[in-house]
Design a binder for this molecule. Sequence first.
Ligand code: NHR
Ligand code: GAR
Length: 213
Amino acid sequence: MKKIAVLISGQGSNLGAIVRASVAQDWPGRVVAVVSNRADARGLQLAREHGIATAVLDHKAYADRAAFDAALAGTIDRFAPDLVVLAGFMRILTPGFVARYEGRMLNVHPSLLPAFSGLHTHRRAIEEGCKVHGATVHFVSAELDHGPIVAQAVVPVLAGDDEAALAARVLAAEHVLYPRAVRWFLEGALQLKDGRVTHRGHEPQGWLAEPAA
Ligand code: NHR
Ligand code: GAR
């Protein structure tokens, strides 16, 4: 059984989607640890309810990013994960940290990369008059939100959408997208070559998200 460590900062709905899918679909891997930089992250409660080990490392308790990342790596490595999953994790990671987990760390970003890297993606997509928006799962590289793209889901931007409405539509799409991408990784279905990711079985890696029921 492969081991997954999930890093969170907030509600952990993507964590929940991954945990549920891993059990329901009997994946060859399970979430064994959830690490948060915030003690009040809702996702920690969810992890405890599933009997998953948790750890909290408050980034404000460390002198700088390098010190935080060193402590974070120490915590993660105690669980010897095969895969590190960022799920709403809000701290930029140092190149040293990223190198340690190269090719085995995924992130879900709430935009169709390379558009809108960074923060406030939904607000920016509305301001630009975009008609579609979405989410991207990518391998994490040292350059923020620029790692090799694994999968993308597209959602419409509807007239009258505010930031919250659009964020909710993207999040629902993430709950399908991210578990699928993580499963592909665990199955060994992903091939990373020359900065591009392909699915060995030629499954589509991008799609229009189903509208929520
Ligand atoms: N680290 C590296 N090196 N590369 C990536 O691709 C990363 C990463 C760390 C996090 C997630 C990312 C996202 O999906 C992610 C990808 C945080 C920020 C940010 O500005 C930006 C992008 C992402 C995560 N964080 C502020 C900081 O100073 C803090 C913001 C806050 O606490 O609210 O670290 O969007
Ligand atoms: C998700 O939309 C994720 O893409 C985004 O935060 C949300 C987390 O939701 N990530 C970032 O903005 C990273 N900077 P969750 O905690 O319920 O999974």
